[in-house]
Design a protein around this ligand. Structure first.
Ligand code: IMP
Ligand code: MG
Length: 173
């Protein structure tokens, strides 16, 4: 079992997150006004974010899921990516919005976009809560731009812990 002694420094409070998720939902709703979307959250880190986002999206939607593991439960370097749950295969002609918790290097999002893009969706966009400065891909929508530092809370974990924090914190090295 992981030791319980990490020091956490609050980066984004629950109120800040809530306010920003509302703004983000407004942006997304404007872009897709009148269209039905197919949401594809990437498990597991995005579940809290997507649950809050969808309740503020006044759009018709179907919710799917996919899962990618980078063999990185802890704050180590990214490893090889493998599907824990492949994306749905019925996305042709649909307006697909991929949702993730954090865009770090961008490898995860690139992989999902490549897999879904091959199905010829009508449109394909991405929405992440956190976007690391200097990532190699840009999301279509993002909540906050952040710098280096391993973050936890609001769905993000460190060795499977801290997903349930209602705020986002940086683990002090
Ligand atoms: P990427 O493939 O490098 O963009 O990494 C994306 C995935 O790595 C995210 O979906 C997260 O699950 C995980 N990840 C990256 N950085 C962090 C972090 O600071 N805290 C928790 N998880 C992270
Ligand atoms: Mg993830």
């Amino acid at each position: 079992m992981a030791q319980r002694s990490q020091t956490l420094r609050t980066l984004l409070s629950a109120d800040q997150i809530s306010a920003r998720v509302g703004e983000l939902a407004d942006q997304v709703a404007d872009v897709y006004a009148g269209q039905e979307i197919a949401l594809v959250p990437i498990l597991l880190g995005s579940v809290i974010f997507v649950a809050d986002l969808i309740r503020r999206l006044p759009l018709d939607m179907a919710i799917h899921m996919c899962g990618l593991s980078s063999y990185r439960g802890r704050a180590t370097r990214p490893g090889e990516l493998s599907w824990t749950l492949p994306p749905p295969d019925d996305l042709a002609g649909r307006h697909v919005l991929v949702v993730d918790d954090i865009l770090d290097t961008g490898a995860t999002l690139e992989r999902v976009v490549r897999a879904i893009g091959g199905q010829q969706p009508a449109s394909l966009r991405s929405c992440v809560l956190l976007a690391r400065r200097g990532a190699r891909v840009e999301p279509d929508f993002f909540g906050f731009r952040i710098g280096d530092g391993f973050v936890v809370g609001y769905g993000l974990d460190y060795g499977d812990r801290f997903r349930n924090l209602p705020y986002i914190a940086v683990i002090e090295p």
